[in-house]
Design a protein around this ligand. Structure first.
Ligand code: DC
Length: 226
């Protein structure tokens, strides 16, 4: 069974998805981490994403592994743990462009489907309910206002030892939304059958409970052939 959780950057979807997975005993799949790992490899190999041949070659030999331990996603690239490196400012600045490249999506989407094929998963991203798993049993689209999102991003950055002003972060988020929503391939978009949840004024606990309760209620009320 798939629970798809989509939404813009810093909307609170990662923390929510991780905790929902933990609460329900599902595997948590962070697809943004996969695009970030590809971006790290692109940067480390000094590639220009408009040069398709070297990018395609890199994607073909990329040894990418995801695992979850204590609810945290660990991601390795060619055997090296890059879970921290993929959160760097350089990767964050470049990932919208890399994830918009059709050949990158063509490589990542089958991998996401393979990972989720054999287990119950909470899958988090931008196009999970629309493109990767349009048949997902549950779909949620998480949103929050810019100020709430910038404050959350500011806390994340502080943990990395970076100080950024709210105005600067709001401008970054607006730019990223614009890029993620306007790209030709798999733009960020709410699936018609997704339930929208505005987390601006919700605590993490409230967000998680809202989703977990809805999933549990729907499963408890299902008919035999559902
Ligand atoms: O959720 P995040 O900030 O870690 O995602 C990083 C980038 O990857 C973001 O710019 C959008 C992109 N992304 C995507 O295009 N499709 C997904 N399913 C997940 C993330």
């Amino acid at each position: 069974m798939i629970i798809a959780i989509d939404g813009p950057a810093a909307s609170g979807k990662s923390t929510t998805a991780r905790l929902v997975a933990r609460e329900l005993g599902f595997t948590y799949l962070d697809t943004g981490a996969m695009y970030r790992a590809v971006t790290l490899a692109v940067l480390e190999n000094g590639l220009n994403i408009v040069d398709e041949a070297p990018l395609s070659d890199l994607l073909g030999r990329l040894d990418l592994h995801l695992s979850t331990s204590d609810g945290e996603t660990r991601i390795t690239l060619d055997g090296r743990d890059v879970s921290q490196d993929i959160r760097s400012i350089d990767v964050t600045a470049k990932v919208s462009a890399v994830s918009a490249a059709p050949i990158v999506r063509q490589a990542m989407v089958p991998l996401q489907r393979r990972i989720a094929a054999t287990r119950n998963c909470v899958v988090e991203g931008r196009d999970i309910g629309t493109v990767v798993f349009p048949e997902a049993r549950f779909k949620f689209f998480i949103v929050a206002d810019y100020e709430a999102r910038a404050r959350r991003r500011q806390l994340d950055m502080e943990r990395l030892g970076e100080t950024r002003s709210l105005d600067e972060l709001i401008a970054d988020l607006k730019m990223r939304d614009q890029k993620d929503s306007s790209r030709d391939h798999s733009p960020l978009r709410k699936a018609e059958d997704a339930r929208e949840i505005d987390t601006s004024n919700l605590t993490i606990n409230e967000q998680v409970t809202l989703i977990v309760e809805q999933v549990k209620n729907q499963l408890a009320n299902r008919k035999p052939n559902d």
